[in-house]
Design a protein around this ligand. Structure first.
Ligand code: PLP
Ligand code: SF4
Length: 340
């Protein structure tokens, strides 16, 4: 773990969120890029707004149109192209979730949608096609979701997801945890969040205290795709969570021109581990409309994965998986399936 002195955020996370870049021009000005030289699409930005916290933009290289972090957030023309096989609900979530904000696809685990929004808008995300407004979890809907979990003793784990569940205020989180604490058969709370990476100032002492009120064990699965995302502030946030006894994992999405490179994938695993975060999943892209240009071919995927397996200790190799609609778990993809 890092031995640097802790990073102290200058402004509150709420203020930082309010000041996030929301226009192409402002982001380009900050990065010293001329928007005219970029394949920017206003139409793409209209479909799914640009949103980038400054602390994330600070990890991008200035004046580099191919920066791997910039490519994750910049609305470009390719998003408006149709790619075969890409649609609005690639893993069948949209239809399954409207009613009580619970997605019960896998045995023993349910995913609870707490909010429709995130601190950042990632262009590759399947959520880009979601009807956001439907996904704000009001108290009544929250109570219905809690009842669903309470009434099914086979559920031992609840996954807080979204959107980003850490956008909930501490008091909303505290209420939710209190409700979950009362469900005896629940032994694990898992939080899937990109916030420790993109808005590390959210990891306040207050948040730690709130999470510490949970009776079930608390695990956080971060969503980090590239080692450049792990700034000093991210290291400090991870260390705080770790010291609070929270298990930390990471899941990444394999993305063309962003992290489809063996050196970068190995560097990501090593950087995560140095910060107490275990690589959990490397996801193949969900085939959502507007994301076709991020797809990495199966052949390249397998060859990258094989290189990772050769170079890294087994515990630093994330499981390579693809989500298949209707499958009972995330389908592992094995290098051995290929004729070597
Ligand atoms: C990914 C996912 C889970 C968690 O799966 P794990 O393999 O346990 O990480 C649970 N529910 C839903 C709906 C999911 O999409
Ligand atoms: S759900 Fe995750 S990948 Fe999608 S926009 Fe939010 S933070 Fe990005």
């Amino acid at each position: 773990m890092t031995k640097n002195p802790p990073f102290i955020p200058k402004i509150s996370w709420q203020q930082e969120l309010a000041e996030a870049f929301t226009t192409i021009d402002a982001l380009c000005a900050f990065l010293e890029l001329d928007p005219k030289n970029l394949p920017i699409s206003k139409q793409a930005a209209k479909q799914f707004a640009l949103k980038v916290p400054k602390s994330f933009a600070e990890n991008m290289h200035k004046n580099d149109p191919n920066d791997p972090l910039l490519l994750q957030v910049l609305p470009i023309h390719d998003e408006t192209l149709a790619y075969p096989g890409f649609n609005d609900d690639p893993v069948g979530d949209l239809m399954a979730t409207r009613e009580n904000h619970i997605l019960h696809k896998y045995q023993g685990r349910v995913l609870m949608i707490n909010t429709g929004t995130c601190a950042i808008n990632c262009r590759y995300c399947f959520r880009r096609n979601f009807p956001y407004a439907d996904y704000q979890l009001g108290r009544q809907k929250q109570n219905r979701a809690i009842d669903y979990i309470a009434n099914d003793p086979s559920i031992s784990e609840v996954i807080l997801s979204g959107g980003d569940p850490l956008l909930l205020s501490d008091s909303r989180l505290a209420e939710l945890i209190e409700q979950l604490n009362a469900i005896e058969h629940l032994t694990r709370i898992r939080i899937h969040s990109r916030i420790p990476i993109v808005l590390p100032s959210r990891v306040t002492d207050e948040l730690i205290k709130t999470l510490d009120t949970a009776r079930p064990s608390v695990t956080i699965v971060m969503h980090c795709n590239h080692a450049n995302e792990i700034s000093h502030a991210v290291e400090t946030a991870s260390r705080k969570l770790k010291l609070a006894g929270i298990m930390l994992f990471n899941q990444a999405v394999l993305l063309k021109n962003i992290n489809d490179d063996a050196d970068q994938l190995c560097r990501l695993s090593e950087t995560l581990f140095r910060n107490g975060i275990v690589p959990y999943y490397l996801h193949c892209l969900d085939m959502a409309t507007g994301t076709g240009h991020f797809e990495v071919s199966d052949e390249k995927t397998l060859s990258l994965y094989e290189t990772m397996q050769k170079r890294l200790p087994g515990y630093l190799v994330p499981k390579l998986v693809r989500e298949v609609a209707g499958a009972p778990y995330k389908k592992p993809i094995e290098a051995s399936e290929r004729v070597l």
